[in-house]
Design a protein around this ligand. Structure first.
Ligand SMILES: *[C@@H]1O[C@H](CO)[C@@H](O)[C@H](O)[C@H]1NC(C)=O
Ligand SMILES: *[C@@H]1O[C@H](CO)[C@@H](O)[C@H](O)[C@H]1NC(C)=O
Length: 372
């Protein structure tokens, strides 16, 4: 099948030589790709304390599809989706499954109809949760999942951003439909110090909104204030009296819920203003009552970063465009990166530690692993 016909452009590159390199005239030493690579993956879905929950592997390089680029991975981020995909269940894979849908690296090969990037380009990327991911020395990615790495950021800082930034962007612009016309209106972000919250708060602040976050520890409150929130409420206490005390007794225009909405449901129904919009990004742990939405004509909307990719939507190019926008904002300093913690190298032991930290919740910003 043509899909699997490889048009691998193998050219020598190094991160410093790439800028003006012509594909047709590789002037540098030709460096063949290795046949196998190191990776971290799983066969069984086990609790993270089990040493077999994530294991070191030596596997073949991924096979490229037509529109793929092959990226040599320099740094990866770990997200709640990784822990969720790895969560214990009886299934056993016959071939290893490689997780990870966030990272930064260098393009080293491309499929025949991949047009956006050149060999040697430094990129950052998300992923497709149905395919093998970035927890490997090389990852194959549809080019729509890839953006230009912000030049001012290190690979580690860049790797911290794609998945949370695309999610935050889609929440703010595509789901809550917030724009500069909403200047002065209020956004409440439940759990504003995490990966998505700390980017969404900056984007909303840049649009002129008043951003109210929630966090419970002094360090998470401080982090949130440094990333775009105007005030931070304590989510271990009832939010309604705190909103009243802050002068928002009439409610807020928008709410972004970066947490299980179930325990917050009554609060959300009370806190949202008439004709307000609420966006959920985490599955609800219980059934919720939609009936209170009607009286205030409230819009409830969901966000899943993989939707455009999974359903091959007509507007899926937007995923790439969002990454390019994020990259520009990061280079201009209009967005601050949210990297807080780096582990090295990328191996099973460090990835198990990363998953353990993610599962504990209460993360501040983003956790990245770098180097093999
Ligand atoms: C993931 O990688 C492993 C190791 O190369 C391979 O056996 C498996 O088929 C890949 N899975 C997918 C979904 O491509
Ligand atoms: C948030 O509230 C909890 C429970 O009342 C309290 O233990 C904690 O110290 C508060 N956090 C801050 C930063 O004040």
């Amino acid at each position: 099948m043509i899909m699997f016909v490889l048009f691998i452009l193998i050219a020598a590159f190094s991160a410093k030589q790439v800028a003006s390199q012509e594909l047709s005239t590789p002037t540098n030493i030709i460096m063949a790709l290795p046949k196998t690579m190191r990776a971290v993956g799983l066969y069984k879905y086990l609790p993270i304390a089990d040493v077999n929950s994530l294991i070191d592997l030596e596997v073949n390089l991924p096979v490229l599809k037509e529109k793929d680029v092959l990226v040599e991975v320099k740094a990866i981020a770990v997200n709640p989706i990784d822990a969720k995909q790895r969560a214990p269940k009886p299934n056993v894979e016959t071939t290893p499954r490689i997780l990870g849908w966030d990272g930064a690296g260098v393009v080293v090969a491309k499929g025949q109809s991949a047009k956006t990037f050149n060999i040697g380009d430094e990129v950052f990327f998300t992923g497709d949760h149905r395919r093998n991911g970035s927890n490997a020395q090389y990852v194959a990615l549809d080019e729509v999942l890839v953006g230009t790495k912000p030049k001012k950021l290190t690979f580690e800082q860049a790797a911290a951003m794609p998945l949370t930034s695309v999610t935050a962007y889609e929440c703010i612009y595509d789901r809550l439909l917030i724009s500069s016309k909403d200047k002065g209106r209020t956004l409440l972000i439940i759990n504003s110090a995490g990966g998505v919250g700390s980017v969404a708060s900056q984007m909303a602040k840049n649009l002129g909104l008043k951003v109210i976050g929630t966090a419970s520890r002094p360090e998470t409150q401080e982090f949130s204030l440094q990333h775009g929130t105007d005030i931070v409420l304590n989510h271990t206490q009832d939010l309604i009296p705190q909103l009243v005390a802050q002068g928002h007794g009439n409610g807020v225009d928008f709410i972004l819920v970066n947490y299980d909405p179930f325990p917050y449901w009554d609060t959300l129904m009370k806190a949202i203003k008439p004709q307000g919009r609420i966006c959920l990004i985490v599955d609800s742990s219980g059934l919720v009552d939609l009936r209170p939405l009607k009286d205030k004509s409230v819009t409830l909307v969901s966000e899943m970063m993989f939707t455009r990719i999974k359903y091959d939507t007509e507007d899926k190019i937007r995923h790439h465009q969002i990454l390019e926008q994020i990259s520009k904002w990061l280079d201009k300093g209009e967005l601050k990166h949210t990297l807080t913690n780096t582990l090295s190298p990328i191996n099973a032991a460090n990835l198990r530690e990363a998953h353990r930290l993610i599962e504990q919740q209460g993360m501040i910003g983003k956790l990245v692993l770098s180097g093999f």
